[in-house]
Design a protein around this ligand. Structure first.
Ligand SMILES: [Zn+2]
Ligand SMILES: [Zn+2]
Length: 367
C-alpha cells in the first residue's frame, strides 16, 4: 500500500497507537539511580544497501519503544548511489536525527560500517563525529580514524557464513592487533537472526563488550514479527542516566545484556543484576496448619524467565522446570515440610546465557 492512500483517520490512529507505545514501561527494571537503556547499534537505510528512508527507521524505533539507535551505513558499499547520490556520508544520521522531537525518549547517534573482506570483515563505529573522515584506502586507517573521533568500535557478525562458511567466529592476527591496540572495543554475539557462542567466548576472553543488533535492511516488523509480539535483537546498556556520555561510558565498560528472542546474553555480573532487579520471590505465607509455603513470584520484565530449580525441596503444583512469562506473577507452592521464616531457592535461569554452554545460577532468598 502506498502511504498517500492512507486515509487521514487511519494515519491519526497509527500516530495515536505509536504515541501509546512510546509511553510504555521500560523493558527491564533497574535500581533507582540506574536504567537499562534499549539500543540498536546497527541499522541500514537506502543510504547504503537498506530498503527504506531513514524516517522509517525512526518511526520503527519509536513504535518498538527503543531508547537509542545508531545509523550505520556501509561506507564502501553503496548500491543505491546512482539513484540517490550523496557525497556526505552523514546524511542518513542527519535526516534521522532531524526527526527527533524536543524531549522525546528516542535518541539517534551517528555511525558507520567499515565494510571490508575478512580480515577484518565488517567493523562498526558509533558515536562518530564525521563519517566522511572514515573513508580510507585500507581498513586499518579507517578504524584508526574512527578511534581518533573517540568512537566506540565493534566487530560485526564475526560468525557470518559469507565470511565463515562453518559459521564459527574466530580471531585473525588482524583482530588480535586491533584488540591489543585498544582500537576494537566490542563484538556482536547476536546479529539479525544468529547467535554465536564462539563470539561470546571471544568477548569474554578479550574483554570486549557483548553486543546484539538487528543489522536491519528491510522492515523490522517483517524480520521480527513485532505485531505478533516479537522484538528485534537489542543491546541493553546499564547507565547512570540517559545522556549519550553515560551510554558511551557504559559501552566502553562493557555493561551490557543482549536480548535475542527469549535469550538474555551477558557477562555474569550484569545478568545477575538484571535478574535480581526483575524477578522477585516475596510474601511467603502458610495456610492454617499446612506446611506448604505460598510464594509470589513476579517477573517485571518484557522477557520470560525459563527456570530450573536445583534444590532438594519439591513444589506442590509444578515440576522443577517452569517458565514465568513476561510481565506476570505466579504463585509458587513450596513443600517446606515444616513452617519456615526463610527459605533459599536455588535456580538455574536457562535463558540467561553467561558463556558457551553456561547459564546463570541464582539463589532467591524468600523471607
Ligand atoms: Zn556487515
Ligand atoms: Zn550491516
Amino acid at each position: 500500500m502506498k502511504f498517500n492512500s492512507f486515509s487521514t483517520s487511519s494515519t491519526l490512529l497509527l500516530f495515536f497507537l505509536g504515541f501509546l507505545v512510546q509511553g510504555q514501561q521500560p523493558f527491564f527494571t533497574a535500581e533507582s539511580e540506574h536504567q537499562w537503556l534499549s539500543t540498536d547499534l546497527h541499522i541500514h537505510t537506502v543510504f547504503s544497501d537498506g530498503a527504506v528512508w531513514p524516517s522509517i527507521r525512526v518511526e520503527e524505533a519509536r513504535r518498538e519503544g527503543l531508547d537509542l539507535i545508531a545509523m550505520t551505513e556501509h561506507l564502501e558499499y553503496q548500491p543505491h548511489a546512482k539513484d540517490i547520490p550523496h557525497p556526505d556520508r552523514n546524511r542518513s544520521y542527519t535526516i534521522a536525527n532531524g526527526m527527533i522531537r524536543e524531549g522525546e525518549k528516542l535518541q539517534v547517534i551517528n555511525g558507520s560500517e567499515i565494510t571490508r573482506e575478512m580480515p577484518p570483515g565488517h567493523i562498526n563505529a558509533v558515536f562518530v563525529k564525521d563519517a566522511n573522515a572514515l573513508l580510507h584506502k585500507d581498513s586499518l586507517s579507517g578504524i584508526q580514524a574512527a578511534n581518533k573521533q573517540k568512537a566506540f568500535v565493534f566487530w560485526n557478525h564475526p560468525n557470518w557464513d559469507a565470511h565463515r562458511k562453518d559459521g564459527i567466529a574466530r580471531l585473525e592476527p588482524f583482530h588480535n592487533y586491533l584488540i591489543q591496540e585498544k582500537l576494537l572495543h566490542g563484538i556482536e554475539v547476536v546479529n539479525e537472526t544468529t547467535f554465536s557462542e564462539e563470539a561470546l567466548q571471544i568477548a569474554l576472553e578479550n574483554g570486549l563488550t557483548i553486543l546484539g543488533t538487528s543489522d536491519i535492511h528491510g522492515l523490522t516488523d517483517w524480520a521480527h514479527h513485532i505485531a505478533q509480539g516479537g522484538h528485534r535483537p537489542m543491546t541493553f546498556v546499564y547507565v547512570e542516566n540517559k545522556s549519550q556520555e553515560a551510554l558511551k561510558k557504559a559501552l566502553f565498560e562493557g555493561a551490557t545484556v543482549v536480548w535475542f528472542e527469549d535469550l538474555l546474553i551477558g557477562k555474569k555480573i550484569h545478568l545477575e543484576k538484571l535478574v535480581a532487579q526483575n524477578l522477585t520471590f516475596v510474601s511467603p505465607q502458610y495456610r492454617g496448619e499446612k506446611t506448604i509455603m505460598e510464594v509470589e513470584v513476579t517477573n517485571k520484565s518484557a522477557a520470560p524467565f525459563h527456570l530450573e530449580y536445583t534444590g532438594a525441596l519439591s513444589f506442590h503444583q509444578r515440576a522443577s522446570a517452569f517458565i514465568i512469562p513476561a510481565n506476570s506473577m505466579i504463585t509458587l507452592l513450596v513443600k517446606t515440610q515444616q513452617k519456615k521464616t526463610t527459605v533459599e531457592l536455588p535456580f538455574r535461569i536457562l535463558n540467561a546465557i553467561t558463556g558457551p554452554k553456561k547459564v546463570l545460577e541464582h539463589t532467591f532468598i524468600v523471607r
